[in-house]
Design a protein around this ligand. Structure first.
Ligand SMILES: [Zn+2]
Length: 82
């Protein structure tokens, strides 16, 4: 199972949950800092990292997709279903 990324405020979840293979990162960071934070956790987990990006232990780039591009949301309301 690949490592997944979850966004939650610091202190509300462990940085890494081994059960769900989920890294928790603080929301609201820009992409660069999000990658940096992800890499920091991955290094702690002894997952080899390339020069750029954040890699799963299988070598695939992590999906940091929950990031919402700040300029593209525009007037469109965020309508996440509960
Ligand atoms: Zn993987």
């Amino acid at each position: 199972m690949c490592i997944r990324v979850h966004y939650a405020p610091i202190g509300t979840a462990p940085p890494f949950d081994a059960t769900t293979q989920t890294i928790t990162l603080p929301p609201g960071l820009d992409r660069e800092h999000t990658v940096t934070a992800a890499r920091a956790v991955l290094v702690e987990l002894a997952v080899p990292q390339a020069k750029f990006g954040a890699l799963c232990f299988c070598g695939e780039p992590l999906d940091l997709a929950p990031l919402i591009p700040q300029q593209r949301t525009g007037e469109q309301a965020v309508t996440h279903g509960a």
